[in-house]
Design a protein around this ligand. Structure first.
Ligand code: NI
Length: 194
């Protein structure tokens, strides 16, 4: 199955993803497709929600460059022990061309698993900490603009509304699965992996 990136306001972006109970060949293929999509779109992270998979897995590479040795595939990640605060600009592959300032903890403790089931445990800070928090938010159905101040978000409202209008018109022309069809798609993934 060929994955593709979904955009705001696709409802799967708002789903709280379920933990993964098993990793198989298909899931490893999905992780590799997610990395391909991330690099193609010149992103630094991509969560499974963003490819319409409601499962707790994301990929990231703060350098954005394949082969830099900084590539991460995280299964069932958890972030703990937030420290400090920092505000910086973020973007998102599900919100092309939209950017905004988000305040987040500077440092977090990451735990999770890689594709082979090896545990991962790291304390991260700086840009990587921001990327991991942004991707982990996706798994909980949270978009970066949810974390912006109301005042700053207001500046994005026109662009968001335009995306919503485009989505609605696609829905009307039948270019997007119905809510019932979507529900069924998500259930298929829960049955296989959650
Ligand atoms: Ni994003």
């Amino acid at each position: 199955m060929q994955l593709s990136i979904i955009q705001h306001p696709h409802p799967t972006l708002r789903v709280c993803s379920k933990p993964i109970r098993r990793v198989d060949k298909q899931l490893r293929d999905f992780a590799s497709q997610m990395l391909d999509l991330m690099y193609e779109a010149e992103g630094v992270g991509l969560a499974a929600n963003q490819v319409n998979l409601p499962l707790r897995i994301f990929v990231a590479n703060p350098s954005g460059e394949r082969g830099s040795g900084e590539e991460l595939v995280l299964i069932n990640p958890e972030l703990q022990r937030p420290k400090g605060n920092e505000t910086a600009q973020e973007g998102c592959l599900s919100l092309p061309g939209i950017y905004g300032n988000v305040k987040r903890p500077k440092q977090v403790r990451l735990t999770g698993f890689d594709l082979k089931g090896n545990p991962i445990e790291r304390t991260v800070d700086g840009f990587l900490a921001r990327v991991l928090q942004h991707e982990n938010d996706h798994l909980n159905g949270v978009m970066f603009f949810d974390r912006m101040t109301e005042e700053a978000k207001r500046e994005l409202d026109d662009q968001l509304l335009e995306m919503e209008t485009v989505y609605e018109s696609k829905q009307k022309s039948g270019g997007i699965p119905t809510p019932a069809e979507l529900e069924q798609q998500l259930q298929t993934w829960y049955d296989q992996y959650a």
